[in-house]
Design a protein around this ligand. Structure first.
Ligand SMILES: *[C@@H]1O[C@H](CO)[C@@H](O)[C@H](O)[C@H]1NC(C)=O
Ligand SMILES: *[C@@H]1O[C@H](CO)[C@@H](O)[C@H](O)[C@H]1NC(C)=O
Ligand SMILES: *[C@@H]1O[C@H](CO)[C@@H](O)[C@H](O)[C@H]1NC(C)=O
Ligand SMILES: *[C@@H]1O[C@H](CO)[C@@H](O)[C@H](O)[C@H]1NC(C)=O
Ligand SMILES: *[C@@H]1O[C@H](CO)[C@@H](O)[C@H](O)[C@H]1NC(C)=O
Ligand SMILES: *[C@@H]1O[C@H](CO)[C@@H](O)[C@H](O)[C@H]1NC(C)=O
Ligand SMILES: *[C@@H]1O[C@H](CO)[C@@H](O)[C@H](O)[C@H]1NC(C)=O
Ligand SMILES: *[C@@H]1O[C@H](CO)[C@@H](O)[C@H](O)[C@H]1NC(C)=O
Ligand SMILES: *[C@@H]1O[C@H](CO)[C@@H](O)[C@H](O)[C@H]1NC(C)=O
Length: 797
């Protein structure tokens, strides 16, 4: 590994980076830069010089990160006019024009500045190249004003009306070609400002209007401060990093995706903080005019209330672009408003803003003006009003606004009257229809099965509720022969709803088969839940479902086989635990964190696992952790942050206080389970089994006591070689304690956890007291005798 990295570094420096860098961060007219020399910012973070991107032989003048082993160029001067040899020279003329010349003295690029006495060019610590008069502070030209594909902290993306210049990000054409590609990310200043992603001249994605904190797709967080500045002369977006140790950039890639990357010292690569566009809903106007895109709705698009698809035919073929039209004409007298909560507000190119109106005044004003079709209150813009069609409305998880749209009063009323009747009708018709479809499907299936032998590739449509999932269906006989007819020696253990067997397919692939117990009532729901959920998910830290088998009474799920079993079989076993080095444990923790982050945030579905624990983490042959068992997981609606349940499912010791006591679960209850898992991985002790050491405490209480007494290293599993880095261990324990804090609001989000784990520079808050840190007595004690493997259930409240 180390050698490969060294070689990589070597090749980069040999081909792209100058070996004989000329130190210093300034150019003056007497000092030019030739290929092989470089400017280095005084903090050493950035370097400017000549480079060749990817496998191109051309030379470009650019700025890149100096301390990062992956060539990451953030700015290119001569994107359009490459040098074909290493003979370029960068000169500063005595009247202040910075020029790039080739062999024959031809100017390939320049700043076009002139009449500057005593000019100086300097590369700043922020990565900005500036041109000033002498040492004067006033900047005459700067690279930050001419972004390429990268937005660095402190850079502006937006409009400057004094120079009539719209600073935009434009993608590279290819990995080896920095010339401007087809994608551009820039402000549209018509109506209320928004940022659009363009592919050539077509809009393909929209940020949503600024609502005071962020654009609707940028997750709220405590690590970055995003700002939208609007003055008489300027409208722009900028962001800063609150923690200076985080290396961060936003880049528009050659494939037209906007990524916010942070440097991850652990994996030595850039890691994604967020990116857009993500799913079909992000595609601009995917549902057409007056349509609403809802990613958790099976067909994505719905019409606004009171609207019907313009073309039902197209709509049924899942072509939504035509959008929706009103069912009932508006009449100025009696119109009313219906509201839609937590959405990315429609395109504001034709909207107007008035920051002085209150919500009531806004409504009043919109009602009085017949051309106003909708209004909303949004951040500093205040009252927003729309005319014409409402385009690109999307249901979002977080950071959404409420939209009020005009509707004929009759629509609202009939809706109420009719809908219950309609719903009744629907309640009867749909099951009938489904039953019929099922019948047809089964018929087809049997027909097909008769024709084919062995493994069938069909969709488990019955269980996955007809969503366009292509989940392979395995034939019972294949599974029987793979598992030796469910031979007892093949049994791996008990999963959430039945036994799990190891098997081997004829082609040699090893599988794990989870078989639903026939007498398990609870099981069938969990089985369905698991199929529905996991078939939609794909991440390297989630276990992969290969298919299912539904035949006669049998219901089975087929997974890839994990040779290293579950995490609990390793960490709580003294001999096996010795094989888990400190670094391995850290990698496992980080892997689980990434998997959980994906569930919570990165797939647009927001999924709460609800039963995260060591026995639900499986390890592949390389010890990569994979989260499994989605039987009790829940999908949250777009706007939902928590849910209240009467049936608490999960495992004692891993459940957060608010969940175990009040049945309230949210992403923060998963964070709690994750925190317990971290402490177990580090200590090698089960949460409830610390009693030998401290009779009244569980692991959380024990860790907390040690933490307060500054003895937290004692928590560490003796099986771990003592050579591990003390500060890193302490840090990891601290993160574990932050995750198990009593108050759910105090616990970090998984995005924060991943950043804290992967970046040692990020400062950590002091943890507060953990929830459930004292071993619980009486009733709970009784509960905790239920074997780990099964879910503990009880009726809450
Ligand atoms: C660069 O281009 C010039 C003019 O087209 C040509 O004479 C020269 O051979 C080229 N150099 C290389 C290294 O290709
Ligand atoms: C560029 O600078 C070098 C060294 O300062 C000088 O020799 C050369 O003439 C300059 N070229 C131009 C075109 O100004
Ligand atoms: C210098 O650049 C010009 C314009 O691109 C080109 O015509 C000329 O051949 C180049 N000279 C060399 C030696 O590369
Ligand atoms: C150069 O700047 C001076 C003052 O800074 C001004 O008087 C002069 O007109 C300028 N010349 C040009 C060509 O812009
Ligand atoms: C983006 O900005 C560059 C200057 O940095 C300009 O040349 C280009 O025309 C702009 N692109 C669009 C699509 O506005
Ligand atoms: C989005 O779709 C889900 C699933 O059909 C539904 O429960 C939810 O209410 C929808 N959200 C909105 C705002 O329509
Ligand atoms: C804004 O108005 C223009 C001109 O009427 C129209 O072409 C465009 O489609 C409208 N945009 C939206 C998003 O409604
Ligand atoms: C209604 O609103 C439109 C668009 O905001 C505006 O152009 C028009 O003047 C308004 N009409 C009245 C009567 O206020
Ligand atoms: C991560 O790497 C950067 C660049 O080498 C360094 O400046 C920073 O201190 C490192 N952070 C940690 C936590 O190691």
């Amino acid at each position: 590994m180390a050698i490969a990295q060294f070689l990589l570094l070597l090749t980069i420096s040999a081909t792209a980076f100058p070996l004989h860098a000329q130190p210093g961060n300034t150019i003056t007219p007497s000092k030019s830069i030739v290929d092989g020399q470089a400017l280095i910012s005084s903090n050493g973070a950035f370097e400017m010089g000549f480079f060749s991107p990817g496998n191109s032989k051309n030379r470009y003048l650019g700025i890149w990160y100096r301390n990062i082993p992956v060539q990451t160029v953030v700015w290119v001067a001569n994107r359009d006019s490459p040098l074909n040899s290493s003979t370029g020279v960068l000169n500063l003329t005595s009247n202040g024009n910075l020029i790039l010349l080739n062999d024959s003295g031809y100017v390939l690029w320049s700043t076009s500045t002139s009449n500057v006495t005593n000019p100086t060019v300097q590369l700043l610590d922020s990565g900005n190249l500036i041109l000033t008069r002498g040492t004067s502070k006033s900047i005459l030209w700067q690279s930050f004003d001419h972004p390429c594909d990268t937005l660095l902290p402190g850079m502006k993306l937006g409009w400057d009306s004094s120079t009539n210049f719209n600073r935009n990000l434009t993608s590279w054409r290819g990995a080896s070609d920095p010339s401007p590609g087809d994608y551009t990310y820039k402000f549209d200043i018509h109506g209320v400002a928004e940022i659009f992603l363009w592919e050539k001249s077509a809009r393909i994605y929209r940020s949503g209007p600024w609502n005071g904190q962020c654009f609707s797709d940028i997750p709220e967080n405590t690590l970055f401060r995003s700002q939208f500045i609007s003055t008489r002369d300027e409208d722009y977006f900028t962001y800063e990093v609150l923690d200076s140790s985080v290396i961060s950039r936003v880049v528009l890639t050659k494939d037209g995706v906007i990524h916010h990357f942070n440097w991850d010292n652990t994996s030595n690569d850039w890691s994604d903080y967020w990116y857009v566009p993500k799913d079909p809903c992000d595609k601009y106007a995917y549902c057409g005019a007056n349509g609403v895109c809802n990613a958790s709705y099976s067909t994505s698009c719905q019409c606004l209330k009171g609207f019907d698809p313009k073309s039902t035919k197209h709509w049924n073929q899942r072509v939504y672009l035509g959008g929706c039209v009103r069912k009932t004409r508006l009449d100025f007298q009696s119109d009313t408003f219906s509201d839609l909560q937590n959405v990315k507000l429609p395109d504001t190119s034709n909207a107007t803003a008035d920051s002085d109106r209150s919500l009531d005044e806004c409504r009043e004003w919109c009602l009085k003006n017949f051309s106003c079709v909708a209004f909303a209150m949004s951040g500093e813009s205040g009252c927003l009003t729309w005319t014409g069609d409402l385009v690109d409305i999307i249901v979002v998880n977080e950071g959404g606004d409420d939209l009020f749209f005009r509707l004929a009063a009759s629509e609202l009323d009939t809706k109420k009257g009719d809908s219950s009747k309609k719903q009744h009708a629907v309640a009867i018709v749909i099951p009938l229809l489904l039953g019929f479809l099922l019948f047809v499907f089964l018929g087809l299936f049997i027909l097909k099965k008769k024709r084919k032998q062995g493994m069938l590739t069909d969709s488990c449509s019955k269980e996955s509720r007809g969503k366009e999932l292509e989940l392979p269906l395995f034939d019972m006989s294949v599974i029987e022969s793979a598992t030796n007819n469910f031979y007892f020696n093949n049994k791996l253990g008990e999963g959430g709803f039945g036994p799990v067997y190891k098997g081997q397919l004829r082609d040699g692939q090893e599988i794990a088969v989870k078989r639903l117990s026939k007498d398990s009532v609870q099981g069938l729901d969990e089985f369905k839940n698991e199929v529905m959920l996991i078939a939609r998910l794909q991440h390297r830290n989630l276990v992969r479902l290969l298919g299912c088998c539904i035949q006669r009474e049998e219901r089975m799920l087929i997974y890839e086989y994990m040779p290293n079993k579950s995490l609990d079989t390793l960490i709580f076993d003294k001999t096996k635990a010795a094989l888990l080095s400190w670094q391995k444990r850290l990698d496992i923790i980080l892997g689980i964190a990434r998997g959980l982050l994906y569930l919570h945030q990165d797939s647009r579905l927001k999924i709460i696992h609800r039963d995260l624990k060591a026995s639900n983490i499986l390890l592949d042959k390389d010890m990569n952790p994979k989260i499994s068992d989605f039987g009790t997981a829940r999908i949250f609606r777009g706007d939902q942050n928590q849910e209240n349940t009467r049936r608490v499912v999960g495992t004692y010791g891993y459940m957060s206080p608010e969940y175990a006591m009040d049945g309230i679960f949210s992403v923060k209850s998963d964070v709690f389970g994750f925190g317990v898992t971290i402490l177990e991985i580090l200590s090698g002790k089960k949460n409830r089994m610390v009693k030998q050491v401290e009779p009244h405490l569980n692991l959380l209480g024990y860790a907390w006591t040690l933490w307060k007494e500054d003895r937290c290293l004692e928590l560490l599993d003796e099986a771990i070689e003592c050579s591990c880095p003390v500060s890193k261990v302490m840090r990891c324990i601290q993160i574990g304690l932050l995750c198990v804090q009593e108050g759910s609001k105090d616990r970090p989000t998984m995005a924060e956890v991943v950043l804290m784990l992967s970046n040692e520079g990020v400062a950590l808050p002091q943890p507060k007291k953990p929830g459930f840190c004292i071993e619980r007595t009486s009733t709970e004690q009784h509960q905790s005798t239920v074997p780990e493997i099964t879910h503990t259930l009880f009726e809450g409240r």
